[in-house]
Design a protein around this ligand. Structure first.
Ligand SMILES: Cc1ncc(C[n+]2csc(CCOP(=O)(O)OP(=O)(O)O)c2C)c(N)n1
Ligand SMILES: [Mg+2]
Length: 351
């Protein structure tokens, strides 16, 4: 079972049959293993460029059964042996009633696909003299996120570790731009927080994407939405700059950003009470980072009324949210200190 581009939340990532995603820069060995499928059952996907690895998969000779609710996409780019205009869930429900029959050797192939996925998702963050690798931030999110968290992402280099390096388990949701467009992460977080006030919404965005969506940030603040915003302030459109440095060394152009103090966006009253609370988490500038070696504090908005209770770990709002998510309530400051110590020791902390 492989998921299409940026749809990692559709299938439990720790399931033995989870084989990873069809995304950008899949390892060659994994692409080779996918190419060995004798039948591809494409469920609910339009089979577009990235999912089909640049229109190279399913390859000629591979049998294709294509299920898509919108019949316009059946036979659109890939001729299917069987094309079904139906909801993927309905087809899965019908298929589950059929007796299972797997040819000999299928288990070995499944295990190989699983090992390839596990190897690809393993990652150790390197040390950088000028800031914090965003992979560490993504790993902390993976450890701390509640079981029903909604993670929204914008487009940019900072988001890469959130896709393949983090395991997702439904009902956790990932909302990410399938089209690749910037300016998605913050509006998606605002919409998710309005739609699901009982769930934790975590948004990761680059400085470029954040500057594009100041209006939506203001809406989030006006509605006092408890979004946890992780902003990678690297002073650059780094995704583009990387290509410039690689293809045209010494000719970087138009990718530096002269940012305002992005953390200062919230008024002081909002920092003390409901609204955005500011924590500097990451900086990859060419200047030495003043806060080098410091780790992010896991923070959440509080309301003025329960600030004192929250300091003592007894915030009624927080307790209510934690209980709704099926978690024991824990005081965020103590949790963050423990995670930070564990991370500095290079250990994975228990969530
Ligand atoms: C609307 C839009 N404009 C331009 C692009 C091309 N683009 C992709 S990533 C990127 C830079 C993103 O910068 P930032 O948000 O700061 O993230 P970083 O890459 O620095 O981590 C650009 C310009 C795009 N995907 N969408
Ligand atoms: Mg940037």
């Amino acid at each position: 079972m492989a998921v299409s581009f940026r749809r990692q939340d559709l299938f439990p990532n720790d399931h033995p049959l989870y084989a990873g995603d069809l995304g950008l820069r899949n390892p060659d060995a994994q692409r080779q293993a996918f190419a060995e499928a004798d039948l591809v059952l494409a469920l609910g996907t339009r089979l577009t460029d990235i999912t089909t690895q640049g229109y190279s998969w399913p390859a000629p000779g591979q049998r294709l059964v294509h299920v898509c609710a919108d019949p316009r996409f059946l036979g659109w780019l890939f001729p299917a042996e069987l094309a079904i205009a139906a909801e993927a869930c309905a087809v899965l429900a019908a298929l589950s009633a059929e007796p299972a029959a797997a040819p000999p050797g299928r288990d070995g192939w499944n295990r190989r696909l699983r090992q390839l996925q596990e190897a690809d998702s393993r990652a150790t963050a390197g040390d950088f003299p000028d800031g914090l690798p965003f992979l560490r931030v993504a790993q902390l999110v993976g450890e701390c996120a509640p079981a029903d968290a909604i993670v929204t992402l914008d487009a940019g280099t900072f988001a890469a570790p959130f896709y393949r390096k983090l395991a997702r388990r439904p009902p956790q949701r990932l909302l990410a731009p399938i089209s690749g467009a910037m300016g998605f992460g913050v509006p998606a977080a605002v919409a998710a927080a309005l739609r699901h006030p009982e769930r934790t919404v975590i948004c990761a965005v680059g400085d470029g994407g954040a500057l594009m969506t100041g209006g939506e940030l203001a809406v989030g603040m006006a509605r006092r939405l408890p979004i946890k915003l992780l902003l990678s302030d690297n002073g650059s459109y780094a995704s583009i700059r990387i290509h410039q440095e690689r293809q045209h060394p010494g000719r970087v152009s138009g990718t530096d950003l002269a940012n305002p103090d992005l953390g200062a966006g919230a008024p002081p009253s909002a920092r003390r009470c409901c609204g955005w609370r500011r924590r500097r988490t990451c900086r990859r500038s060419r200047r030495p980072c003043a806060r080098r070696g410091r780790w992010p504090r896991w923070c959440a908005p509080r309301c003025g009324r329960c600030c004192r209770a929250a300091r003592r770990g007894r915030c009624p709002r927080r307790r209510q949210r934690a209980e709704a998510a099926g978690h024991a309530h824990r005081h965020p400051r103590r949790l963050s200190a423990r995670l930070r110590r564990a991370a500095l020791r290079g250990e994975a902390a228990r969530p």
